[in-house]
Design a protein. Sequence first.
Length: 144
Amino acid sequence: MTWAAARGALATALAAVSITSPISQTVKRVYESPPGTVQDVPCFIIYPPEVRIDRSYGQRDKTYTVRCRLLVSDQDLDQAAALVDAFRESAIDKMDDNTELGGNAETAFLDRVTEAQAYSYGRMYTGLDCFVTIRLHDHKAFGA
Protein backbone atom coordinates (compact mmCIF):
# COMPACT_ATOMS: atom_id res chain seq x y z
CA MET A 1 0.00 0.00 0.00
CA THR A 2 1.38 3.40 -0.92
CA TRP A 3 0.61 6.92 0.21
CA ALA A 4 -0.06 7.98 -3.41
CA ALA A 5 -2.74 5.29 -3.84
CA ALA A 6 -4.31 6.14 -0.45
CA ARG A 7 -4.30 9.87 -1.30
CA GLY A 8 -6.03 9.18 -4.62
CA ALA A 9 -8.66 7.06 -2.87
CA LEU A 10 -9.13 9.77 -0.22
CA ALA A 11 -9.65 12.34 -2.98
CA THR A 12 -12.29 10.08 -4.54
CA ALA A 13 -14.08 9.72 -1.19
CA LEU A 14 -14.02 13.48 -0.55
CA ALA A 15 -15.30 14.20 -4.08
CA ALA A 16 -18.43 12.22 -3.20
CA VAL A 17 -19.30 14.46 -0.23
CA SER A 18 -22.62 16.22 -0.82
CA ILE A 19 -25.34 17.98 1.13
CA THR A 20 -29.05 18.62 0.65
CA SER A 21 -29.55 21.37 3.23
CA PRO A 22 -29.40 24.39 3.47
CA ILE A 23 -29.09 23.90 -0.31
CA SER A 24 -28.33 20.88 -2.45
CA GLN A 25 -24.63 21.01 -3.26
CA THR A 26 -21.70 18.72 -3.99
CA VAL A 27 -17.96 19.21 -3.69
CA LYS A 28 -16.87 20.74 -6.99
CA ARG A 29 -13.23 19.75 -6.77
CA VAL A 30 -10.66 17.97 -4.62
CA TYR A 31 -7.10 19.26 -4.90
CA GLU A 32 -4.67 16.41 -4.15
CA SER A 33 -2.03 18.99 -3.19
CA PRO A 34 -2.27 22.68 -2.30
CA PRO A 35 -2.93 24.66 -5.51
CA GLY A 36 -1.60 28.11 -6.38
CA THR A 37 -5.18 29.39 -6.46
CA VAL A 38 -8.57 27.87 -5.78
CA GLN A 39 -10.74 27.80 -8.90
CA ASP A 40 -13.81 25.89 -7.69
CA VAL A 41 -15.73 25.97 -4.41
CA PRO A 42 -16.83 24.15 -2.42
CA CYS A 43 -13.59 22.21 -2.52
CA PHE A 44 -11.24 20.14 -0.40
CA ILE A 45 -7.48 20.66 -0.39
CA ILE A 46 -5.39 17.68 0.74
CA TYR A 47 -2.20 18.86 2.45
CA PRO A 48 1.01 16.81 2.76
CA PRO A 49 0.57 14.61 5.83
CA GLU A 50 2.41 14.17 9.07
CA VAL A 51 3.68 10.58 9.26
CA ARG A 52 4.55 8.34 12.19
CA ILE A 53 6.63 5.20 11.52
CA ASP A 54 6.41 2.11 13.73
CA ARG A 55 8.79 -0.83 13.25
CA SER A 56 8.31 -4.26 14.77
CA TYR A 57 8.93 -7.86 13.78
CA GLY A 58 10.44 -6.92 10.44
CA GLN A 59 7.47 -4.80 9.41
CA ARG A 60 7.25 -1.06 8.97
CA ASP A 61 3.86 0.57 9.54
CA LYS A 62 3.12 4.14 8.58
CA THR A 63 0.38 6.24 10.11
CA TYR A 64 -0.41 9.38 8.14
CA THR A 65 -2.36 12.26 9.64
CA VAL A 66 -3.77 14.22 6.73
CA ARG A 67 -5.27 17.72 6.88
CA CYS A 68 -8.10 18.17 4.39
CA ARG A 69 -9.27 21.76 4.21
CA LEU A 70 -12.82 22.47 3.09
CA LEU A 71 -13.45 25.90 1.57
CA VAL A 72 -16.83 27.38 0.66
CA SER A 73 -17.78 30.77 -0.72
CA ASP A 74 -17.93 33.55 1.86
CA GLN A 75 -20.32 35.95 0.09
CA ASP A 76 -23.07 35.34 2.65
CA LEU A 77 -21.39 34.48 5.95
CA ASP A 78 -24.50 32.99 7.58
CA GLN A 79 -25.06 30.77 4.56
CA ALA A 80 -21.36 29.88 4.39
CA ALA A 81 -21.36 28.81 8.05
CA ALA A 82 -24.42 26.62 7.47
CA LEU A 83 -22.80 25.05 4.39
CA VAL A 84 -19.58 24.29 6.30
CA ASP A 85 -21.62 22.72 9.11
CA ALA A 86 -23.51 20.49 6.66
CA PHE A 87 -20.37 19.51 4.71
CA ARG A 88 -18.66 18.59 7.99
CA GLU A 89 -21.36 16.06 8.86
CA SER A 90 -21.42 14.67 5.32
CA ALA A 91 -17.62 14.26 5.31
CA ILE A 92 -17.75 12.37 8.62
CA ASP A 93 -20.40 10.01 7.23
CA LYS A 94 -18.51 9.54 3.94
CA MET A 95 -15.32 8.55 5.76
CA ASP A 96 -17.26 6.18 8.02
CA ASP A 97 -18.54 4.47 4.85
CA ASN A 98 -15.04 3.93 3.43
CA THR A 99 -12.61 3.04 6.20
CA GLU A 100 -10.22 1.23 3.84
CA LEU A 101 -10.28 3.78 1.01
CA GLY A 102 -11.20 1.19 -1.56
CA GLY A 103 -8.60 -1.27 -0.27
CA ASN A 104 -5.74 1.24 -0.47
CA ALA A 105 -5.34 1.55 3.31
CA GLU A 106 -5.56 -0.76 6.28
CA THR A 107 -7.74 1.81 8.03
CA ALA A 108 -8.75 5.41 7.43
CA PHE A 109 -10.91 7.45 9.73
CA LEU A 110 -11.76 11.09 10.26
CA ASP A 111 -10.48 11.86 13.79
CA ARG A 112 -10.99 15.54 14.34
CA VAL A 113 -12.66 18.50 12.68
CA THR A 114 -11.82 22.10 13.58
CA GLU A 115 -14.36 24.83 14.09
CA ALA A 116 -15.51 26.85 11.08
CA GLN A 117 -13.39 29.92 10.45
CA ALA A 118 -12.20 32.35 7.79
CA TYR A 119 -9.35 31.32 5.50
CA SER A 120 -7.43 33.40 3.01
CA TYR A 121 -6.53 31.60 -0.20
CA GLY A 122 -6.18 34.40 -2.71
CA ARG A 123 -9.42 35.78 -1.30
CA MET A 124 -11.47 35.02 1.79
CA TYR A 125 -13.36 31.76 2.25
CA THR A 126 -15.18 30.08 5.10
CA GLY A 127 -14.03 26.58 5.92
CA LEU A 128 -12.69 24.03 8.32
CA ASP A 129 -9.93 21.44 8.57
CA CYS A 130 -10.68 17.72 8.73
CA PHE A 131 -7.91 15.49 10.07
CA VAL A 132 -7.92 11.98 8.65
CA THR A 133 -5.70 9.19 9.99
CA ILE A 134 -4.60 6.67 7.36
CA ARG A 135 -2.70 3.53 8.38
CA LEU A 136 -0.62 1.70 5.81
CA HIS A 137 1.40 -1.52 6.18
CA ASP A 138 4.68 -1.45 4.28
CA HIS A 139 5.84 -5.06 4.85
CA LYS A 140 9.38 -3.79 4.42
CA ALA A 141 12.04 -6.02 5.86
CA PHE A 142 14.82 -4.34 7.79
CA GLY A 143 17.83 -5.61 9.69
CA ALA A 144 17.96 -6.01 13.44
